[in-house]
Design a protein around this ligand. Structure first.
Ligand SMILES: [Zn+2]
Length: 309
């Protein structure tokens, strides 16, 4: 067999004689190379076509596993957050109970302080329903909780404001009460009352301007209200006397002392010892002559000594 190759560039066609042994070998080699090449290409093609699907499949498998893992984790998280929400709900319930107690306390203080003038509204109904509402869907929980917490926070704010106002009012009332003469200035018994009585010296009727409290010599005499000592010395008839101005229209006087323990200008608190009881001045025996003055007029001290702070 002969193969004749004709080309334009060459005038004479080339001829190959397949019969020649050398050419046959060469052809065999070319054919073998081609077959091998085809096999390789086929394998490569097969790989190129098949591997993306396999890869995708294995990727899908991995993704499915991941999804399953995440599902488990999500369940755990949900369980945890449910637990936390339950704990929050319990805490919220406790706070609501505290708020209710605070309301009761505020009401009681308002009553005690006689401040019940409608300015305070501690009896406002406390927040309810927080615990009951959140027993339903897990997804409804946060909103209900959050709303309840917001409501409670607002309630606490209002309570705090009211309690501070109440506190300052009560403090003012306490200061006011500390300035008002209250109680006995000395331990003893009332031996003479305020008003008309026969003068113990002349026997004529005279107006007694104070209360006499019989006691033993040297018994400490106490300030019956907070104030400033305006006089500590001897006055005709009164003997050693202490006078205290309480700054709110009230003045108290303690007479016939055996000793004075304070000096003018000294600030005294309720219950401070200001003198020792005696019998100086016009006196028949150890006693304290106690006077209360209000806005420049002497008044009956009985109501004041019978009061309690
Ligand atoms: Zn007297």
């Amino acid at each position: 067999m002969q193969i004749i190759l004709v080309s334009r560039s060459k005038k004479v066609p080339r001829t190959f004689d397949l019969a020649t042994r050398r050419l046959r070998w060469r052809l065999a080699a070319v054919a073998a190379t081609a077959v091998l090449g085809c096999c390789g290409l086929g394998a490569a093609l097969a790989l190129a076509v098949a591997s993306p699907r396999d890869r995708a499949l294995s990727e899908i498998k991995a993704l499915q596993q991941q999804v399953r893992r995440q599902d488990t984790q999500l369940a755990d998280v949900r369980k945890d957050s449910q637990r936390e929400l339950d704990a929050l709900a319990i805490k919220l319930g406790q706070l609501q109970a505290q708020s209710t107690r605070l309301n009761a306390l505020g009401e009681r203080l308002t009553r005690i302080g006689k401040l019940d003038d409608g300015e305070f509204n501690f009896d406002e109904p406390p927040a309810v329903g927080g615990i009951e509402d959140i027993s339903g869907s897990a997804y409804a929980l946060p909103q209900t909780l959050s709303a309840s917490i917001d409501q409670l926070a607002g309630q606490f704010d209002s309570q705090q404001a009211q309690l501070s106002a109440l506190q300052s009012l009560l403090l003012d009332a306490k200061i006011e009460s500390n300035l008002k003469p209250t109680g006995m200035p000395v331990q003893g018994y009332i031996s003479s009352y305020f008003g008309g009585r026969p003068d113990p010296f002349s026997g004529h009727s005279a107006r007694h301007t104070g209360l006499d409290i019989a006691t033993s010599l040297g018994t400490p005499v106490h300030a019956v209200a907070e104030g400033m000592v305006t006089y500590a010395g001897v006055r005709s008839g009164y003997g050693n006397v202490v006078e205290i101005d309480h700054g709110n229209g009230y003045m108290t006087r303690y007479a016939h002392n055996s000793a004075l323990l304070v000096h003018p200008g000294q600030r005294v608190h309720v219950g401070d010892a200001i003198s020792k009881a005696g019998s100086t001045g016009r006196s028949t025996g150890p006693h304290v002559h106690f006077e209360v003055w209000y806005k420049g007029r002497v008044v009956n001290p009985l109501a004041y000594v019978r009061n309690h702070r």
